[in-house]
Design a protein around this ligand. Structure first.
Ligand SMILES: Cc1cc2nc3c(=O)[nH]c(=O)nc-3n(C[C@H](O)[C@H](O)[C@H](O)COP(=O)(O)O)c2cc1C
Length: 217
């Protein structure tokens, strides 16, 4: 396919990309089945090492299961706070998930290793993981284009989530994706708005021929 993207498409793409936010506050309402389907199709259209497609999506429709997952996340949030030292109280004031409020909850699980060698001989786990992250980013962007918020929740013990979701041995849950209508999208990353941490300038993560910052040494 030799499709040329015109300026209008380009501008729309970058608008969606920069307007995407990790959302933790959700409004009432549903996600229409055809919209959910488009978002899942976007995830499944992601690039993957050796076309491995290691992602598995699990729609959580059982409210008891959703509550159990929320319980695991809350436990991990408390464990995380214990490791935060002087920022523990500040951390506990941050909202890090919207599991019980979001319209849809989708777990993304990395499938057991299928033995793909192509492109991952030296970094098998990382490349499967990176492929799953590509799928999640596609879903994040698609959700934003659909005017829906999405939040990636990673506060959990993967073994406990795997047990709840009846995952086969070797499968690893990577994300609980909260998806649904929101009242407003945050104007900037919520962690910036709450003065937790700021986005670095591009210049500090960009190097030329050497690792950033090592050029003059
Ligand atoms: C791998 C990954 C895991 C994340 N896990 C969480 C999480 O458990 N809870 C949370 O509130 N945000 C989580 N986030 C969202 C980040 O905090 C967020 O992407 C970052 O602060 C930048 O904000 P933005 O996505 O709105 O640009 C996660 C993001 C990524 C990429």
């Amino acid at each position: 396919m030799d499709e040329i993207m015109d300026a209008e498409v380009r501008s729309a793409f970058y608008r969606v990309l920069h307007a995407r936010r990790d959302m933790r506050h959700f409004a009432a309402g549903e996600v229409a089945p055809e919209v959910l389907r488009r978002i899942l199709e976007a995830g499944h259209a992601a690039p993957s090492v050796g076309l491995m497609q290691p992602w598995r999506f699990i729609r959580i429709s059982d409210s008891r299961l959703r509550a159990e997952l929320a319980g695991l996340v809350e436990r991990e949030r408390q464990h995380t706070a214990e490791r935060m030292g002087g920022r523990s109280r500040e951390f506990l004031r941050l909202k890090v998930e919207g599991i019980l409020e979001c319209a849809e909850l989708i777990a993304v699980v990395m499938a057991p290793d299928d033995g793909t060698i192509f492109g991952r001989r030296t970094m098998p786990e990382e490349m499967a993981l990176a492929s799953c992250a590509c799928a999640i980013e596609n879903m994040w962007l698609a959700a934003r284009a659909e005017n829906l918020g999405m939040g990636w929740v990673s506060f959990f013990d993967p073994a406990q989530v795997a047990a709840l979701l009846r995952c086969p041995p070797g499968a690893k849950p990577l994300a609980l994706l909260c998806l649904g209508p929101v009242t407003d999208f945050y104007e900037a990353p919520m962690l910036e708005l709450r003065a937790w941490r700021n986005r670095l300038p591009l210049s500090s993560v960009l190097g030329e021929n050497r690792y950033p910052g090592e050029e003059k040494k």
